[in-house]
Design a protein around this ligand. Structure first.
Ligand code: IMP
Length: 197
């Protein structure tokens, strides 16, 4: 299937394309007048509500255009740190662009309990229906930045199912095999194509 991913994040598009290609799906960006849609993110909501709001907005944007019958994918994700009560969670984007990764390392400087998880909610709109799936990647916040691959919080997140490297030190292939996005996209794709029994 051809799936249009409504995001302005090129890293997310290339990760999703690599994850979904072996499952038989082609991922392309959803562009409205040549640009990715600019969603209004409801504030003080969880990532599920944000993902559902984004899919609703995307559907409204394509209504009446030649993309009206397309299969549309949206995603919302965040980093949830145990010792900070799940912060930054739904505020992950805002926190990344304000205090940044160094601010997070500073907040965590006296913490020995460094557990955290990335969560992703993917939602796909197909033939007027919406299917959603969640992906979680447990891990911990590193003591310092490592690696310049990936994006966002990757240089300070060490996944539990990895080999001790941060996501920022992993190839996109290695990261996607265990990431929240990889898991959510595989789960949502199974809902589109249930495995044969
Ligand atoms: P959003 O889903 O694009 O709103 O992303 C929320 C925040 O989580 C942003 O600050 C992203 O950079 C961060 N984020 C989402 N997914 C990842 C990831 O796979 N690695 C690192 N940071 C991520």
């Amino acid at each position: 299937m051809r799936i249009l991913f409504a995001t302005g994040n090129e890293h997310k598009i290339s990760e999703a394309a690599a994850i979904l290609a072996p499952l038989g799906h082609e991922v392309e960006p959803l562009l409205i007048q040549g640009k990715p849609p600019d969603f209004i993110e409801p504030q003080a909501e969880g990532i599920v509500e944000v993902a559902l709001s984004k899919i609703e907005q995307a559907r409204e944007l394509v209504m009446g255009t030649k993309l009206e019958d397309s299969i549309i994918l949206v995603e919302d994700s965040g980093l949830f740190i145990d010792a900070l009560g799940g912060f930054p969670g739904p505020y992950s984007s805002y926190v990344e662009s304000t205090i940044g990764l160094s601010g997070i390392l500073q907040l965590m400087s006296a913490e020995s309990e460094r557990g955290a998880e990335f969560r992703a909610i993917t939602a796909i709109s197909i033939e007027g229906n919406t299917v959603t799936a969640t992906g979680i990647c447990r891990g911990k916040i590193s003591e310092q930045f490592s690696g310049d691959m990936g994006f966002g919080y990757d240089p300070i997140f060490i996944p539990e199912d990895g080999d001790g490297r941060t996501c920022g030190e992993m190839s996109s292939f290695d990261k996607s095999s265990i990431s929240h996005r990889g898991r959510a996209l595989k789960a949502v794709s199974e809902l589109l194509n249930p495995p044969s029994k």
